[in-house]
Design a protein around this ligand. Sequence first.
Ligand code: NAG
Ligand code: NAG
Ligand code: NAG
Length: 316
Amino acid sequence: MFVRAIILLVATLSAVAIAASLRQVTNFGENPTNVSMYIYVPDKLAMKPPILLFPHWCHGSAQAAYSGSQYSNLANTYGFIVIYPDSPNQEDKCWDVSSKQTLTHNGGGDSLGIVSMVRYTLDKYNGDPNRVFVSGISSGAMMTNVLIGAYPDVFAAGSAFAGVPFGCYSGPSFNYWNADCAEGRITKSREDWAAMVKTAYPSYTGWRPKMQILHGTRDEIINYTNYKEAVKQWTAVLGLSELPTSTTQNTPLQGWTKYVYGEDRFQAYSAAGVPHNIPNQESIVMAWFDLRCTTGDCFSRPGGGNGTVFRRTFMA
Ligand SMILES: *[C@@H]1O[C@H](CO)[C@@H](O)[C@H](O)[C@H]1NC(C)=O
Ligand SMILES: *[C@@H]1O[C@H](CO)[C@@H](O)[C@H](O)[C@H]1NC(C)=O
Ligand SMILES: *[C@@H]1O[C@H](CO)[C@@H](O)[C@H](O)[C@H]1NC(C)=O
């Protein structure tokens, strides 16, 4: 009895010791603004694991983004890796979505430090470079827009909750709070919004990641105008009409309307009556990224840039 109890105890302790947890990684590559990297690698990893990046909101942290979302549990089931970057800005823990550096491909700023985390993880865990995804809420959504705009070669898709268009926050310094953008006073033509994205990486002519945005009509912090401007921007960047190809009401929640553009390259959810504190919708994001797919034709970037948008991946 006693021996059994000891064996059980030892077994339990070793299970705890090897169970996956949130871990900090240092020395992951170029990181001019000193962004911190935290990673969740599930015990059972897919053979060529997809990577999900989940930057936190203002006043948040990697730990808060980890414990405040279901992604690590979902990673346990589906074998992908989650990266939680942590903002170096100790004042308000918002991301640098304003500097010229962060808005430029390989230009520096927080975006480069974050992309270094992706490059490191792809290399270290034999990740799937065609299945790298980013989602975030509020400041994390702004960073999602920045990454999709400045690093179109790195990501397959983005999903942004209550963010702003790429470049809307641009300003004279790092960590600049652009009140004109937040309060909905920055509006541009489709062409001008698309030109800002083009300017981030002028030589890039390859495939562009697909994009999803979600925004509450009663957002009191990041005005709903930013939703309309982001629709202009991403439909223009992706070469789509501003007219949706389908509209679905009351999905996933009562009062939310889903608009699909083109052949599902861009999706926008307008959440009627919802304030800035928009509830995360992991299942919508998982579906958009096809992260439950572990075998067969999972959604991914077209390998090498030619034609097909699908390729096979296998679970270990
Ligand atoms: C970078 O960030 C870490 C953790 O936030 C901090 O301990 C360290 O002093 C910072 N380094 C620099 C050079 O700012
Ligand atoms: C968003 O901005 C518009 C135009 O300035 C304003 O009418 C509206 O009240 C703002 N929305 C919120 C929720 O503050
Ligand atoms: C892409 O297409 C071109 C022209 O059909 C072909 O020469 C090239 O090998 C293809 N590249 C890949 C990676 O499939």
